[in-house]
Design a protein around this ligand. Sequence first.
Ligand code: SAM
Length: 240
Amino acid sequence: MDQEKIVDWLSKGCEQIQLVLTDQQVRILAAYAEKVLATNETMNLTRITALAEFAIKHYVDSLSCLKAGVDLNSRGIDVGTGAGFPGLVLAVHNRQSNVTLLDSLEKRVKFLVRSSEELKIDNVECIHGRAEDLGQRQSRREKYDWAVARAVAPLPVLLELCIPFVKKKGSFIAMKSGNVSQEIDNSQRAAEIMGAELAEVRIFELPYNMGLRSLVLYRKVEVTPNKYPRKPGVPQKRSL
Ligand code: SAM
């Protein structure tokens, strides 16, 4: 892989969202892109393999969370992180944060463990499991200042999977493609049941016309009732 190319696209993309990365952050992200793309030859990690698209759709999109107005220099969880988007990227940017990368696919989690060790990204914890199970564990439940999820499930399902992790007064950022006003309307009941309130929606275009994105921000205002999240598969089958 041509690391200079990804460095160039990443720098140009960040400039467009008024974000400056340090040389060290850029170097780590370029090295991580190389690992993802090399491993992608044998393990399904991403369908985005062109370097410009990788830089914008994975990195700049992940970093756009910094514009949600949430202090990420605290304890957070990325639910359904896949190849580490957005959680690993945010951890590289915010070294004071402590980010749990959760995914139900074990081989992806093993890849994350290996790569974060090799690149010395020591403020991540990579966990294999389902959000439905982890969210019921006392050591995880309402222990996070923020949660984030990208491309995992429709919003009502995501609220049930993510809000149980968040402390009261904490935040949940749902990263969505396109304009999601209808999906947000359909999620009002789920948000209320989970103890969350819609705080803000930011709609923006990725650099180089690479697509419309929405950051949907919720604040946790009440403790989540014990019965949520329900057993694995139920939030998806019978969404709130
Ligand atoms: N967030 C990454 C991204 O945007 O590139 C990955 C998105 S991928 C389409 C969805 C990921 O969510 C998969 O890696 C899948 O294993 C994980 N996932 C789906 N349901 C989950 C659940 N209930 N608990 C934990 N992980 C889950």
